[in-house]
Design a protein around this ligand. Structure first.
Ligand code: NAP
Length: 245
Protein backbone atom coordinates (compact mmCIF):
# COMPACT_ATOMS: atom_id res chain seq x y z
CA UNK A 1 0.00 0.00 0.00
CA UNK A 2 1.18 3.45 -0.87
CA UNK A 3 2.45 5.81 1.88
CA UNK A 4 0.43 9.01 2.04
CA UNK A 5 -2.81 9.48 0.12
CA UNK A 6 -4.80 12.62 -0.62
CA UNK A 7 -8.52 11.88 -1.06
CA UNK A 8 -10.53 14.63 -2.72
CA UNK A 9 -13.86 14.10 -1.05
CA UNK A 10 -17.35 15.34 -0.39
CA UNK A 11 -19.02 11.99 -1.17
CA UNK A 12 -19.96 8.79 0.64
CA UNK A 13 -17.36 6.91 -1.44
CA UNK A 14 -14.64 9.29 -0.27
CA UNK A 15 -15.63 8.75 3.35
CA UNK A 16 -15.72 4.97 2.89
CA UNK A 17 -12.31 5.03 1.18
CA UNK A 18 -10.80 7.13 4.00
CA UNK A 19 -12.33 4.75 6.55
CA UNK A 20 -10.79 1.71 4.81
CA UNK A 21 -7.39 3.40 4.46
CA UNK A 22 -7.33 4.44 8.12
CA UNK A 23 -8.24 0.86 9.08
CA UNK A 24 -5.28 -0.35 6.96
CA UNK A 25 -2.96 2.07 8.78
CA UNK A 26 -2.46 4.25 5.68
CA UNK A 27 -1.68 7.94 6.21
CA UNK A 28 -4.71 9.61 4.58
CA UNK A 29 -5.63 13.25 4.21
CA UNK A 30 -9.20 13.98 3.08
CA UNK A 31 -9.94 17.29 1.40
CA UNK A 32 -13.38 18.93 1.46
CA UNK A 33 -14.51 22.01 -0.42
CA UNK A 34 -16.17 23.60 2.60
CA UNK A 35 -19.54 24.12 0.85
CA UNK A 36 -21.69 22.43 3.50
CA UNK A 37 -22.00 24.18 6.87
CA UNK A 38 -21.80 20.98 8.91
CA UNK A 39 -20.05 18.35 6.74
CA UNK A 40 -19.91 14.65 7.56
CA UNK A 41 -16.22 14.23 8.35
CA UNK A 42 -14.27 11.10 7.40
CA UNK A 43 -11.86 9.49 9.84
CA UNK A 44 -8.22 10.54 9.54
CA UNK A 45 -6.77 13.95 8.82
CA UNK A 46 -9.06 16.47 7.08
CA UNK A 47 -8.37 19.78 5.35
CA UNK A 48 -11.14 22.12 4.21
CA UNK A 49 -11.19 24.68 1.38
CA UNK A 50 -10.16 25.05 -2.26
CA UNK A 51 -6.56 24.84 -3.48
CA UNK A 52 -6.76 27.75 -5.94
CA UNK A 53 -7.35 25.96 -9.24
CA UNK A 54 -4.99 23.51 -10.98
CA UNK A 55 -1.93 25.70 -10.36
CA UNK A 56 -2.84 26.01 -6.69
CA UNK A 57 -3.26 22.25 -6.33
CA UNK A 58 0.05 21.61 -8.14
CA UNK A 59 1.81 24.04 -5.76
CA UNK A 60 0.08 22.37 -2.79
CA UNK A 61 1.23 18.91 -3.97
CA UNK A 62 4.83 20.15 -4.26
CA UNK A 63 4.67 21.63 -0.75
CA UNK A 64 2.83 18.65 0.79
CA UNK A 65 4.11 15.54 -1.05
CA UNK A 66 1.73 12.58 -1.31
CA UNK A 67 2.26 9.22 -3.03
CA UNK A 68 -1.14 9.21 -4.72
CA UNK A 69 -4.31 11.26 -5.12
CA UNK A 70 -7.78 9.75 -5.36
CA UNK A 71 -10.35 12.12 -6.80
CA UNK A 72 -13.52 10.82 -5.15
CA UNK A 73 -15.50 14.03 -5.62
CA UNK A 74 -19.08 14.03 -6.86
CA UNK A 75 -19.67 13.15 -10.56
CA UNK A 76 -20.72 16.79 -11.12
CA UNK A 77 -17.71 18.37 -9.36
CA UNK A 78 -16.17 19.13 -12.76
CA UNK A 79 -13.86 21.97 -11.70
CA UNK A 80 -12.16 19.90 -9.01
CA UNK A 81 -11.82 16.89 -11.30
CA UNK A 82 -10.29 19.03 -14.07
CA UNK A 83 -7.89 20.67 -11.59
CA UNK A 84 -6.82 17.33 -10.18
CA UNK A 85 -6.11 15.94 -13.67
CA UNK A 86 -4.10 19.01 -14.69
CA UNK A 87 -2.15 19.13 -11.40
CA UNK A 88 -1.35 15.41 -11.59
CA UNK A 89 -0.05 15.94 -15.15
CA UNK A 90 2.38 18.67 -14.18
CA UNK A 91 3.55 17.15 -10.88
CA UNK A 92 3.61 13.47 -11.94
CA UNK A 93 1.65 12.43 -8.83
CA UNK A 94 -0.41 9.29 -9.62
CA UNK A 95 -4.11 10.16 -9.80
CA UNK A 96 -7.14 7.86 -9.76
CA UNK A 97 -10.74 8.90 -10.34
CA UNK A 98 -13.25 7.08 -8.13
CA UNK A 99 -16.70 7.67 -9.61
CA UNK A 100 -19.82 5.64 -8.85
CA UNK A 101 -21.82 4.41 -11.88
CA UNK A 102 -24.77 6.47 -13.09
CA UNK A 103 -28.36 5.31 -12.75
CA UNK A 104 -30.12 3.06 -15.30
CA UNK A 105 -33.78 3.23 -16.22
CA UNK A 106 -36.02 0.30 -15.30
CA UNK A 107 -39.27 -0.86 -16.89
CA UNK A 108 -41.98 1.69 -16.10
CA UNK A 109 -39.60 4.66 -15.90
CA UNK A 110 -40.37 7.83 -17.87
CA UNK A 111 -36.88 9.38 -17.95
CA UNK A 112 -36.05 12.46 -20.00
CA UNK A 113 -32.30 13.09 -20.45
CA UNK A 114 -30.91 16.61 -20.78
CA UNK A 115 -27.39 18.05 -20.87
CA UNK A 116 -27.65 20.93 -18.41
CA UNK A 117 -29.78 22.47 -15.67
CA UNK A 118 -30.90 25.07 -18.24
CA UNK A 119 -32.22 22.30 -20.51
CA UNK A 120 -33.88 20.69 -17.47
CA UNK A 121 -35.68 23.98 -16.77
CA UNK A 122 -36.95 23.98 -20.37
CA UNK A 123 -38.06 20.34 -20.05
CA UNK A 124 -40.30 21.02 -17.02
CA UNK A 125 -42.17 24.02 -18.44
CA UNK A 126 -45.91 23.41 -18.25
CA UNK A 127 -45.79 21.17 -15.17
CA UNK A 128 -47.65 22.35 -12.04
CA UNK A 129 -45.28 21.21 -9.30
CA UNK A 130 -41.60 20.46 -9.88
CA UNK A 131 -39.38 18.63 -7.38
CA UNK A 132 -35.85 20.02 -7.76
CA UNK A 133 -33.23 17.69 -6.27
CA UNK A 134 -30.22 19.10 -8.09
CA UNK A 135 -28.71 20.61 -4.95
CA UNK A 136 -28.27 24.20 -3.89
CA UNK A 137 -25.89 25.10 -6.69
CA UNK A 138 -27.33 25.45 -10.16
CA UNK A 139 -30.79 26.46 -8.92
CA UNK A 140 -30.46 29.78 -10.74
CA UNK A 141 -31.21 27.90 -13.97
CA UNK A 142 -34.74 27.28 -12.64
CA UNK A 143 -35.34 30.82 -11.33
CA UNK A 144 -37.63 31.72 -14.25
CA UNK A 145 -40.08 28.87 -13.57
CA UNK A 146 -43.60 29.91 -12.60
CA UNK A 147 -44.57 26.43 -11.35
CA UNK A 148 -44.55 25.58 -7.67
CA UNK A 149 -41.03 24.26 -7.03
CA UNK A 150 -40.10 21.99 -4.18
CA UNK A 151 -36.37 22.32 -3.50
CA UNK A 152 -34.50 19.83 -1.33
CA UNK A 153 -31.02 20.70 -0.14
CA UNK A 154 -28.69 20.18 2.82
CA UNK A 155 -28.23 23.90 3.49
CA UNK A 156 -30.68 26.74 2.71
CA UNK A 157 -30.51 27.70 -0.99
CA UNK A 158 -29.71 31.27 -1.96
CA UNK A 159 -31.48 33.44 -4.53
CA UNK A 160 -32.21 33.58 -7.38
CA UNK A 161 -34.93 30.96 -6.84
CA UNK A 162 -38.24 30.28 -8.62
CA UNK A 163 -40.94 32.70 -7.44
CA UNK A 164 -43.03 29.94 -5.79
CA UNK A 165 -40.48 27.79 -3.94
CA UNK A 166 -40.88 25.51 -0.92
CA UNK A 167 -37.66 24.31 0.66
CA UNK A 168 -37.07 21.01 2.45
CA UNK A 169 -33.74 20.94 4.29
CA UNK A 170 -32.66 17.36 4.60
CA UNK A 171 -29.54 15.24 4.07
CA UNK A 172 -29.81 11.74 2.55
CA UNK A 173 -30.04 8.81 2.54
CA UNK A 174 -33.76 8.88 1.78
CA UNK A 175 -36.13 5.89 1.83
CA UNK A 176 -38.79 5.09 -0.77
CA UNK A 177 -41.69 5.54 1.69
CA UNK A 178 -40.33 8.92 2.72
CA UNK A 179 -40.01 9.97 -0.93
CA UNK A 180 -43.51 8.74 -1.78
CA UNK A 181 -44.94 10.73 1.13
CA UNK A 182 -43.10 13.89 0.05
CA UNK A 183 -44.18 13.56 -3.60
CA UNK A 184 -47.80 12.99 -2.57
CA UNK A 185 -47.85 15.76 0.05
CA UNK A 186 -46.72 18.37 -2.50
CA UNK A 187 -48.60 16.87 -5.46
CA UNK A 188 -45.32 16.74 -7.40
CA UNK A 189 -45.79 16.28 -11.17
CA UNK A 190 -42.15 15.94 -12.30
CA UNK A 191 -38.82 15.21 -10.60
CA UNK A 192 -35.53 16.84 -11.66
CA UNK A 193 -32.20 15.27 -10.73
CA UNK A 194 -28.61 15.05 -11.82
CA UNK A 195 -27.40 11.55 -12.73
CA UNK A 196 -25.55 11.34 -9.44
CA UNK A 197 -25.83 7.56 -9.16
CA UNK A 198 -25.48 5.63 -5.91
CA UNK A 199 -28.01 4.42 -3.39
CA UNK A 200 -28.17 7.46 -1.08
CA UNK A 201 -30.59 9.42 -3.26
CA UNK A 202 -32.02 6.85 -5.69
CA UNK A 203 -35.25 6.25 -3.70
CA UNK A 204 -36.84 9.26 -5.44
CA UNK A 205 -36.51 7.36 -8.75
CA UNK A 206 -38.37 4.36 -7.35
CA UNK A 207 -41.02 6.67 -5.88
CA UNK A 208 -41.46 8.48 -9.23
CA UNK A 209 -41.82 5.08 -10.96
CA UNK A 210 -44.48 4.00 -8.46
CA UNK A 211 -46.48 7.19 -9.02
CA UNK A 212 -45.91 7.20 -12.80
CA UNK A 213 -44.13 10.57 -12.67
CA UNK A 214 -41.62 11.69 -15.30
CA UNK A 215 -38.02 12.31 -14.21
CA UNK A 216 -35.75 14.82 -15.94
CA UNK A 217 -32.11 13.73 -15.56
CA UNK A 218 -29.10 15.92 -16.21
CA UNK A 219 -26.40 13.87 -17.95
CA UNK A 220 -22.96 13.65 -16.36
CA UNK A 221 -20.20 15.81 -17.72
CA UNK A 222 -17.39 13.86 -19.44
CA UNK A 223 -14.22 12.97 -17.52
CA UNK A 224 -10.83 14.35 -18.57
CA UNK A 225 -9.43 12.00 -21.28
CA UNK A 226 -7.01 9.29 -20.17
CA UNK A 227 -7.84 9.55 -16.46
CA UNK A 228 -7.65 6.10 -14.78
CA UNK A 229 -11.14 5.57 -13.37
CA UNK A 230 -12.74 3.00 -11.07
CA UNK A 231 -16.32 2.66 -9.84
CA UNK A 232 -15.92 1.23 -6.33
CA UNK A 233 -13.98 1.79 -3.13
CA UNK A 234 -12.60 -1.78 -3.36
CA UNK A 235 -11.20 -1.09 -6.83
CA UNK A 236 -9.62 2.12 -5.54
CA UNK A 237 -7.97 0.16 -2.69
CA UNK A 238 -6.61 -2.37 -5.22
CA UNK A 239 -5.19 0.45 -7.35
CA UNK A 240 -3.59 2.08 -4.30
CA UNK A 241 -2.01 -1.24 -3.27
CA UNK A 242 -0.33 -1.34 -6.69
CA UNK A 243 1.23 2.10 -6.31
CA UNK A 244 4.83 2.46 -5.11
CA UNK A 245 4.88 4.07 -1.66
P1 NAP B 1 -16.55 21.94 -8.26
O1 NAP B 1 -17.48 22.84 -8.98
O2 NAP B 1 -15.80 20.94 -9.04
O3 NAP B 1 -15.51 22.75 -7.42
C1 NAP B 1 -15.48 24.16 -7.32
C2 NAP B 1 -14.25 24.48 -6.51
O4 NAP B 1 -14.41 24.02 -5.15
C3 NAP B 1 -13.00 23.75 -7.01
O5 NAP B 1 -12.44 24.43 -8.10
C4 NAP B 1 -12.17 23.74 -5.77
O6 NAP B 1 -11.63 25.05 -5.52
C5 NAP B 1 -13.17 23.52 -4.68
N1 NAP B 1 -13.34 22.11 -4.35
C6 NAP B 1 -14.25 21.22 -4.83
N2 NAP B 1 -14.10 20.03 -4.26
C7 NAP B 1 -13.06 20.14 -3.40
C8 NAP B 1 -12.44 19.25 -2.49
N3 NAP B 1 -12.86 17.99 -2.34
N4 NAP B 1 -11.39 19.72 -1.75
C9 NAP B 1 -10.97 21.01 -1.88
N5 NAP B 1 -11.54 21.90 -2.72
C10 NAP B 1 -12.58 21.47 -3.45
O7 NAP B 1 -17.28 21.18 -7.09
P2 NAP B 1 -18.76 21.36 -6.53
O8 NAP B 1 -19.69 20.72 -7.52
O9 NAP B 1 -18.91 22.77 -6.08
O10 NAP B 1 -18.69 20.41 -5.27
C11 NAP B 1 -18.07 20.85 -4.07
C12 NAP B 1 -17.95 19.66 -3.14
O11 NAP B 1 -19.23 19.11 -2.89
C13 NAP B 1 -17.09 18.54 -3.70
O12 NAP B 1 -16.31 18.05 -2.63
C14 NAP B 1 -18.08 17.51 -4.18
O13 NAP B 1 -17.58 16.21 -4.05
C15 NAP B 1 -19.24 17.75 -3.21
N6 NAP B 1 -20.57 17.46 -3.79
C16 NAP B 1 -20.95 18.04 -4.96
C17 NAP B 1 -22.19 17.75 -5.48
C18 NAP B 1 -22.63 18.32 -6.81
O14 NAP B 1 -23.76 18.02 -7.22
N7 NAP B 1 -21.83 19.09 -7.51
C19 NAP B 1 -23.06 16.89 -4.80
C20 NAP B 1 -22.64 16.32 -3.59
C21 NAP B 1 -21.39 16.63 -3.09
P3 NAP B 1 -10.17 25.48 -6.02
O15 NAP B 1 -10.28 25.66 -7.49
O16 NAP B 1 -9.90 26.71 -5.25
O17 NAP B 1 -9.22 24.34 -5.66
Amino acid sequence: MTGRVLVLGGTGEARRLATALVADGVDVLSSLAGRVADPLLPPGEVRIGGFGGAAGLAAWLRAHPVDAVVDATHPFATAMTASAAAAADVTGVPLLRLQRPGWSAQPGDDWRWVDSPEEAAEAVRGFGCVFLTTGRQGLAAFAGLTAHCLVRAVDPPEPPLPARTSVVLRRGPFGVDEELALLREHAVEVVVTKDSGGSMTEAKLAAARTLGLPVVLVRRPPLPPGLPTVATVDEALTWLRGQPG
